[in-house]
Design a protein around this ligand. Structure first.
Ligand SMILES: [Zn+2]
Ligand SMILES: [Zn+2]
Length: 129
């Protein structure tokens, strides 16, 4: 395991982490397990770098490398599944659910806060931790 340390000097705290983190891709069709049918994904992208902040609760990760050592990285506070570098992600146009879009595989759901709460209520606990 290699550790990438950023130099402390000249570190601009206002730099935008978002700009280079992901690249938009062209729309495609994929199976949505929430809609239970083939759906169009217009907003899709490939993640380029680890996430430095939780998109759900806005928690800033001091050491994202630690979280990304897990098979399924997730936010330590709200359990939001984190996107992994070199993977494709997108939102189902129909229901707005977020999926990991792998070539040749069924898209894997990344449940949002509401979906995680529902799963917990039904006893189908979503617990990557
Ligand atoms: Zn979070
Ligand atoms: Zn859907």
């Amino acid at each position: 395991m290699r550790w990438f340390k950023r130099p402390k000097s000249g570190d601009n705290p206002n730099k935008s982490l978002q700009s280079q983190e992901r690249f938009p891709l062209v729309a495609r069709h994929a199976w949505c397990s929430v809609c239970q049918q083939e759906s169009r994904f217009t907003r899709i992208w490939r993640r380029a770098a680890m996430m430095g902040q939780c998109p759900c609760c806005q928690l800033v990760f001091e050491e994202p490398e630690q979280l990304y050592r897990r098979f399924q990285p997730a936010c330590p506070r709200c359990a939001e599944p984190l996107e992994q570098p070199q993977f494709d992600y997108g939102f189902c146009d129909r229901c707005g659910s977020k999926f990991e879009l792998m070539e040749g595989a069924k898209p894997g759901l990344l449940p949002n806060k509401r979906q995680r709460d529902e799963m917990n209520k039904q006893g189908k606990s979503w617990s990557p931790i």
